[in-house]
Design a protein around this ligand. Sequence first.
Ligand SMILES: Nc1ncnc2c1ncn2[C@@H]1O[C@H](COP(=O)(O)OP(=O)(O)O)[C@@H](O)[C@H]1O
Ligand SMILES: [Mg+2]
Length: 218
Amino acid sequence: MSQNLINLPSDCQIIGRGLFCSCYLHPEDNSICIKLPTTHKKARKRQKADEAYYRKLHQNKADLTYISDYLGSCQTTLGSGQLYQYIKDSNGQTSKTLNHYLSNYSKTTEELCTHLAKLGRYLLENHILVSDLHGNNIVFQHLNKNSKKLMIVDGIGDRVIFTALNFFNSIKEGKIIRRWNRFIKRLQDDHPSASLPKEKLYLGGEPFIDTKTTKIAR
Ligand SMILES: Nc1ncnc2c1ncn2[C@@H]1O[C@H](COP(=O)(O)OP(=O)(O)O)[C@@H](O)[C@H]1O
Ligand SMILES: [Mg+2]
């Protein structure tokens, strides 16, 4: 926990807003952003669950190359919050979301697909669970012309009550594959003009399983 009270003035730069948190640029360190929970009744619970999952990742010295790291909790003039690695492009601007790129620049789709495939493989190889995989929780960071990567900024962890089965890697892998393939299917449905190739993007070499008709662990 950061000792000092961080002063967040009313004109403090806001990076993004979601249902569960508002994200501000740290007023004294532009490599850090501060997430403050909204008044949503599940916001605090999610914050705690996120902290617990990051604790586990840190304990296991997990590879966080494609995840915005959690840096601790803090107190601000607007209440208690969480400190995260701020994902920005080489021009200093906040990296834009995957949804932004899929909706606005269909020409970059092929390049994006390569990065998406890389992200999926990374999650599987490192056994990292993401419970809320969607295009606004992933940003496409442009470090320079030849160096770009997709970064997950929200939604990691396993937001289920019974997590004991995650002890088994084979069960975890199955979950990661199903969640990832569902995510890709949703992206395909939401952005039909982006023509995302399922053979390149689905994990596990299996076709998408429709969970509405098939009973599988979620
Ligand atoms: N670490 C980060 N770096 C850059 N942008 C971020 C970061 N975290 C969040 N954002 C932006 O802020 C938005 C809202 O934050 P998010 O954590 O997803 O809120 P919520 O939990 O309410 O969905 C994201 O969609 C993203 O655009
Ligand atoms: Mg989000």
